[in-house]
Design a protein around this ligand. Sequence first.
Ligand code: PMP
Length: 378
Amino acid sequence: MIYLDNAATTKPCEQAIKAAADTARNCFGNVSSLHKLGIESEKLMNSASKTLLNRLSCKGTIYFTSGATESNNLAIRGVADAYKRRGNRIVTTAMEHPSVARAMDALEKQGFEIVRLSPKDAIDNFEQYIADNVTKDTILVSCMAVNNENGFKVDTEKLYRLVKSANNDTVVHIDGVQGFCKVKLMGDLISISAHKIHGLKGIGALYCADKIRFSPLVYGGGQQKNLRPGTEPVELIASFEAAVKAYPTDLSHYGVLNRRLKERLGRMEDVYINSPDNSVNNILSFSVLGVRSEIMLHSLEEHDIFVSSGSACSKGKISSVPDSFGLSADRADSTIRVSFSMETTIDDIDRLADEIENGIARFRRTKSNNRTKKGNNI
Ligand code: PMP
């Protein structure tokens, strides 16, 4: 099997599986219990928080959640509620994951002014473009660090600095899911998820800087400072810590894989790279004009090669991401997203490229279809 869908989810690493099993067997106390089993679980949770903060190079608080969908909702709806008396404008982007985009839609219905900016309007300096839209009544900026469909990277340190100089009171939330452990992340609130870094599904976190407020989404027994109540899943928390510790820091291998795939695709007729130049190396989006995404995806699957037709989260729904990058309809229709892990080999890339070539020979429609060859080369 050649698994090239790591932006959708990753194979759990042995360290994460072992940590979950060991904790379930040996450290199952309720963090809130006053006896020593509770204290042991609390220690484990504190250790995991510290590991996550270290990896983020941030000071503040970690709130464990069920995953980044919850973290994003908690950050966005929580900040909107906590700061609504200060202003009602929120600036975000048109390339966000549905867990951000749909939360924004819900706030819009409640009367918030939501500004959605497209990377295509300022691809070379998106951070400045976002900051230029921050006004005195902007309470929140929410932007992803790395786009899950094409790997486009936002410099979150630069964004943070520019937004704060436009309005020091604006809270900056970063959906850091695809960037965590891969790029430097900076924000007042940062959402992360374990299953994208070889951890288990069902555990994520929201990092919160000191002095930043947000309201809870649910009410309960007071755990996690009342902001995310519910008995803490220590098994999953321990496995998240183990996955973070196991994730490598030297990611140069991704560059090698990315260059090889681009080189192979570059030799194919009517195949276009969709990932902008400023993208992470572990995600590559391209379009095989004349072959619909699903056709190519299932053709590769027949050879035990697993890729995505865009975002796994947008299954069956039309994603707004291609349009926000100015992709033509025929390019959007024929998009393939490949996302690597550190276990991916050059041989895997060559087998993928060979099978794409075979797929093109089998399935490409003739050029009499009125597809445009032009397209924008992003
Ligand atoms: N944001 C981004 C950018 C993502 O890629 C994903 C997962 N596809 C999420 C949020 C949601 O994360 P989770 O699966 O942990 O809810």
